[in-house]
Design a protein around this ligand. Structure first.
Ligand SMILES: Nc1ncnc2c1ncn2[C@@H]1O[C@H](COP(=O)(O)OP(=O)(O)O)[C@@H](O)[C@H]1O
Ligand SMILES: Cc1ncc(COP(=O)(O)OP(=O)(O)O)c(N)n1
Length: 263
């Protein structure tokens, strides 16, 4: 069985972060493992506090896994601070990990800084070059490139700029563009590929980015080619959003299907 690792933060409400990643891995019938970078106190209404995990313990968690278990692919989510980023990058380089999906988590939908503003440069310098695929949403792509993105043409320009930072592929997600469809675009350094789905009219989109990146990692871990991995992950997130639901008073979580592709 494929062995998938998520390196990310914990979401106490279970909709995003490590919890969403592990649910996604289970739904894809791969074995999930986790390295926790931070513990957040959050629910459907917002993020209220963050406790970063000591970088030494983050390193030990990664070593404990790699010294014992062959990892099929890794998803990286919330990395919080400069020392966390450097530690993850150095340790994954030590183990020569190539199959990395980087979700450059920066600000929660409720507006909380999940990446400290002074850590942006470290993310660009140390983690982006290691990524097989990076999956920024539009606000994240704007921060990384320093450019405003309001159109598909601007999404393409941003993808090109981010590609120059060293990942093998860039997937700019279009969930934040207010259009009838939700279109993500992949850039491989030469061509653009579009992944379009009908926008689901729901407020319950907590954890969409985490789920999509984990599904891509699971598919890559199974040996799928990048374009199939993204197409299948996009189908998964579409179904998960279509079946999202309200818990609590705010933005509810997406639903994770087991055996969804056999349904
Ligand atoms: N309302 C929606 N209907 C259908 N797909 C959506 C919707 N909102 C987001 N998506 C899709 O979910 C994934 C995550 O998108 P996005 O919201 O851009 O990222 P993030 O969750 O990181 O902010 C993308 O594939 C995007 O196209
Ligand atoms: C611990 C943790 N990690 C990541 C996120 C961001 O999740 P995302 O799916 O990108 O979007 P929102 O959940 O913020 O809607 C998070 N909230 N918590």
């Amino acid at each position: 069985m494929e062995r998938l690792l998520t390196i990310a933060g914990s979401d106490s409400s279970g909709g995003a972060g490590i919890q969403a990643d592990l649910k996604t891995f289970s739904a894809h019938e791969v074995f999930g493992m986790s390295v926790i970078t931070a513990v957040t106190a959050q629910n459907t209404q917002g993020v209220f506090a963050v406790q970063d995990i000591d970088p030494g313990i983050i390193k030990k968690q990664i070593e404990a896994i790699y010294d014992d278990i062959l990892v099929s692919a890794v998803k990286i989510g919330m990395v919080s601070q400069v020392e966390t980023i450097k530690t993850i990058a150095d340790t994954l380089k030590h183990y020569n990990e190539q199959n990395i999906v980087l979700d450059p988590v920066m600000i929660s939908k409720s507006g909380y800084d999940l990446l400290q503003p002074d850590a942006k440069e470290a993310l660009i310098e140390h983690l982006i070059p290691l990524a097989r695929v990076i999956t920024p949403n539009i606000p994240e792509a704007e921060v990384i490139t320093g450019r405003s993105i309001k159109t598909v043409v601007e999404m393409k320009e941003a993808a090109k700029m981010i590609f120059e930072m060293g990942p093998s592929y860039v997937l700019v997600k279009g969930g934040h563009l207010e259009e009838e469809d939700s279109t993500d675009l992949l850039y491989d350094g030469t061509d653009f590929y579009f992944y379009t789905s009908k926008r689901v009219p729901t407020k319950n989109t907590h954890g969409t980015g985490c789920t999509l990146s984990s599904a891509i990692a699971a598919n890559l871990g199974k040996g799928q080619e990048i374009r199939d991995a993204i197409k299948n992950a996009k189908d998964y997130i579409q179904m998960a959003i279509e079946h999202s639901f309200s818990i609590g008073k705010g933005v509810g979580p997406v639903h994770h299907f087991h055996n969804w592709y056999k349904a």
